[in-house]
Ligand binder design. Structure first.
Ligand code: HEM
Length: 469
């Protein structure tokens, strides 16, 4: 039997969002088209469509597309952006006629000159040097999968016995601990790394005023601390040829031309790994717990699979024993994509959905929307892990669109996969050992998907553990 999904019913069906979009279309509009492409109505002076987009960009963009078609202009604080839905949008991620290099100028202190903001040969060289450590084999041989299992088991074992708790707060801490530990950071230093990292991410806020205690001041202090510690971590690791872990694998890595990574590349990219690899996985794990709290049928299936396994998977072979946990991972990502959209800059004139688009145009690709497209996922509103079960071929590129596509496809895809399956398995094993199951705390309404900027459940959504029948 298919269960209609109760947890976080797709924001698209939210009546308030639909009413808002309808309202926008009734507002008078001076300009209706730019270069023959429709402009979304309702843009306000200075801030454009940003106020309507905040929190629910997927709903907003999909509602808009249902009214004006798959290609349209929106205006945000940074200027015009062309939204391109559907397969032509996904094609742009291949960066044949587009580029990601604009990110370097947009977020110099935050993302800087890292993997994400390079293209062409510089990107290929860096990526080929880094990717070995993140393949399924690389994660096993560097010990990263074992470290992740150890952190997850300890974290799940320390979940409160009683009383409501925020699972997101727990998974955020554990995901950051995993990334830092696989970089070779000692357990005793994790709190200091966590603190300074939290300061550094304040750099994502659009407020640039530099005063004592302002977010900008804390962000640059956090970044200086992290960079100095990363530099000493790297120099210590260079003196230990038998060291294991991701940092050791990155130090030993060579690109296609046989070059090792220099210190500057290592620092920029280790910082990127912490950033890219923690909020995302943490939010998937938290959603997974919230879904299980509302679906006892799925909980029982996961419990049976997890208890039949000898422990948490640490290798590609062991992962195969967890098809249901993997299906949950994929279905949670489909319905709760942590990243709603990404962007590219057109490097030449091109044609999208039959319209000419000029070189230099900024294009938004709503990667989180593919999971809700009935062309790829029948009955997309239903949370149904069975759609991923019993397959003989790996998921297609569009089916993994939550991780992007093309040359910038998420480097941490396999790490996220192994972490989330380990988390699901550990959660089910620990709770079964205690004789309890998860449930939404009384008064907690089923949470809605919001992107602020990641698609996390609200921190106030609490779970509690109740006696299993
Ligand atoms: C569920 C978890 C995750 C999701 C949904 C996710 C999503 C994404 C997306 C959408 C991109 C592409 C962005 C673009 O093309 O503009 C990306 C890139 C990237 N991700 Fe992830 N990510 C996840 C976990 C991780 C983890 C655990 C790591 C850490 C190793 C990581 C490291 C990276 C890196 C380094 C890139 C840049 C790759 C490149 O530019 O070549 N991600 N991720």
């Amino acid at each position: 039997m298919r269960h209609g999904f109760v947890a976080g019913r797709c924001e698209l069906s939210s009546p308030s969002m639909q009413a808002l979009t309808n309202l926008l279309f009734q507002l008078p509009q001076k300009e209706t088209h730019r270069d023959g492409i429709p402009i979304l109505p309702g843009g306000l002076p200075l801030v454009g469509h940003a106020p309507f987009n905040i929190g629910s960009p997927l709903t907003f963009l999909r509602n808009a597309a249902s009214k004006v078609g798959p290609l349209f202009w929106t205006k945000n604080m940074g200027g015009w952006s062309l939204v391109c839905m559907g397969e032509p949008g996904f094609e742009l991620l291949k960066n044949r006629v587009t580029s990601s290099e604009f990110i370097r100028e947009q977020a110099p202190d935050f993302i800087g000159d890292s993997l994400l903001s390079r293209d062409g040969v510089p990107h290929r060289n860096l990526r080929s040097a880094m990717s070995g450590a993140f393949t399924p084999r690389g994660l096993t041989s560097s010990g990263a999968a074992a470290i992740s299992a150890e952190v997850i088991e300890a974290s799940v074992a320390s979940l409160p016995q009683q009383g409501p708790f925020s699972l997101l707060a727990e998974t955020q801490k554990l995901a950051l601990d995993i990334i830092f530990r696989i970089m070779g950071i000692d357990r005793s230093e994790l709190d200091a790394w966590n603190r300074n990292y939290r300061d550094f991410v304040m750099g994502a806020l659009p407020v640039r005023i530099d005063l004592p205690f302002s977010p900008a001041r804390r962000a640059s202090r956090g970044r200086r601390w992290l960079d100095a510690r990363l530099a000493s971590l790297i120099s210590a690791a260079r003196g230990k040829p038998d060291m294991k872990g991701t940092l050791a694998a990155l130090l030993a890595a060579r690109d296609e031309e046989g070059n090792a990574l220099g210190d500057a590349d290592l620092i920029q990219n280790l910082r990127l790994l912490a950033l890219a690899g923690h909020e995302t996985s943490a939010s998937v794990m938290a959603w997974l717990g919230i879904v299980l709290a509302q679906r006892p049928d799925l909980w029982e299936k996961l419990r049976d699979e997890s208890m039949a396994a000898p422990g948490l998977p640490r290798s590609p072979e062991e992962l195969k024993r967890h098809p249901f946990a993997e299906a949950l991972f994929r279905e949670v990502l489909r319905m709760y994509p942590p990243v709603a959209f990404t962007a590219r800059e057109a490097t030449e004139d091109l044609v999208l959905h039959g319209r000419r688009v000029r070189r230099g145009t900024m294009i938004t690709v709503p990667i989180g929307a593919y999971g809700y497209d009935p062309a790829f996922f029948p009955e997309p509103e239903n949370f149904d892990p069975s759609r991923w079960m019993g397959r003989r071929v790996p998921p297609s590129a569009i089916e993994t669109a939550a991780f992007g596509g093309g040359p910038h496809f998420c480097l941490g895809y396999h790490l996220a996969w192994v972490e989330v399956v380990q988390f699901a398995t550990a959660f089910a094993r620990e709770l079964t050992r205690r004789g309890v199951r998860p449930q939404l705390a009384p008064g907690a309404a089923p949470p809605k998907l919001r992107h602020l900027p990641f698609g996390q459940p609200p921190k106030k959504t609490r779970l509690e553990l109740v006696r299993a029948a």
